[in-house]
Ligand binder design. Sequence first.
Ligand code: PLP
Length: 377
Amino acid sequence: MRRIYLDNNATTPALPQVVAAMQPWWTERFGNASAVHSHGRDAREAVDHAREQVAALIGARPNEVTFTGSGTEADNQAIFGALSAGDHLITSSIEHHAVLHAAQEAERRGAELTVVDPDRDGVVSVDVIRSALRPNTKLISLMLANNETGVLQPVQQVSALAREHGALVHTDAVQCGGKLAIRVCDLGCDLLSLSAHKMHAPQGVGALWVRRGVPIRPLLFGGPHERQRRAGTENVPGIVAFGEAAALASTWVQERSAELRDKHQHFEDELLRRIAGASIQGGQVARLPNTTSVRFDGIDAEALVIAMDLRGVSLSGGSACTSGAVEPSHVLRAMGLSDAEARSAVRISMSRLTTAEEVEETLEVLVETVERLRRMA
Ligand code: PLP
């Protein structure tokens, strides 16, 4: 059976060019980027080149980019690096747990925390953030696009508000990297997280962009790597792969992203036309051009994910398995969906590798599977 992969917000396959770029850095070009001999200098040059490529993806200066071990680490670095005890942090209830759980830990360590809710469409409004501001608000962390719904957040406006107030803004752009054009100067934020495996590079590499002059304390202590910002021997193959993926993504975003946008739009139009009782979360607002969070009346998402998997299509449910119990998604709950509604939502996330044939086949299988599950219910 030919399998169709539509869970690209979870992770993406590495592109052949990316694998080819990283390959030599495990074998013949294996130096430690801190070493002074030529093996080391070679690795250092490769890391710096990758830094330029990642910086170019977001319109930043290379020396503002620090490589990390994941998007999660970049989020933690932004939060713990910016906040001290007594500082106030504002974040939203739809953030990834990499931000939410870090924010809760920062609160346990003495920071003040306000978690604001989105509206029914999944958008966190600037007004809600404005009303949460306090004189000691040091940081606002608001994601650029949500990983479950794809809904875009008003980071540019929040940054303008924060500037007036003297607060910093961090944005988790993990789901936007390689999907949308990002210019840090347009966004106006101070800190931005990326993750390589969401843009066709391997897992286990991320980056935090820190605007020049913004003081950030390190999360990890040890050697002087990454200009004292992140101790630990650099993952040279992973970083080289990230750089290559960023360069390919920059070109794709400029030249080819309209193709995915069209395929995705067609998929959603057909889905709503062919399946009664389907509704798309955030259907009326700006979203990523690859993400659909959809719920079907009378359908249990877990059953649908399993049935689709048996038919060769990988997608994901809007729930997380926490200590053996399936919890409804915190994002959908925050948007005001009931537990039952949240439990009927699935996420379908395409990539630039998704073909028109796969879109048509998925629609066929989805229509049949939803009908069959409804008959059985
Ligand atoms: N932030 C968002 C919005 C994500 O979707 C993810 C991963 O799913 C992360 C952060 C964490 O990134 P990583 O898997 O690289 O730790």
